[in-house]
Design a protein. Structure first.
Length: 146
């Protein structure tokens, strides 16, 4: 979602003013690695799964960091827009809305993966059923917890 908004903003900016890298393929590979590692609960596979989660979260944090930088540049007037300002403002609004939520989900994902704490206070969403206590990861089956 953030990448899509960043791409739309980049289309409205001067060429080279904002470069957006599409991480879709890398994210897909990380999800496949997690899925494969979840099929067998050996110590090696659990470590592979943790490593894949770490790489996935690093990609997500990179996109969040870029979105925050774009919002800051927009706020200070350092973004060269040659296209439609309304489109850019709409996408900036999307970023302002979703970045804090995604940061919270990142934090809530890190707790069970590295801390082993599967009970997360005020959990927004479980992107992955981590299954570190048994079972397999249910990738792509998000569930609201409330």
């Amino acid at each position: 979602m953030l990448s899509r908004s960043l791409e739309r903003i980049a289309c409205e900016c001067q060429i080279g003013a904002l470069e957006v890298v599409n991480h879709t393929r890398a994210v897909k590979h990380r999800l496949l690695e997690i899925s494969r590692a979840a099929k067998c609960l050996t110590q090696t596979n659990q470590q592979r799964r943790r490593d894949s989660y770490q790489k996935l979260l690093a990609l997500t944090q990179w996109v969040v960091r870029q979105a925050s930088e774009v919002m800051q540049r927009w706020g200070t007037g350092r973004m060269k827009v040659v296209g439609k300002l309304l489109r850019v403002e709409t996408q900036i609004g999307q970023l302002r809305h979703f970045v804090p939520w995604i940061e919270k989900v990142i934090h809530q994902t890190q707790q069970p993966v590295w801390g082993g704490d599967t009970h997360v206070e005020d959990q927004l969403l479980s992107l992955f059923d981590l299954g570190f206590t048994g079972g397999s990861a249910n990738i792509g089956k998000s569930r609201a917890v409330g």
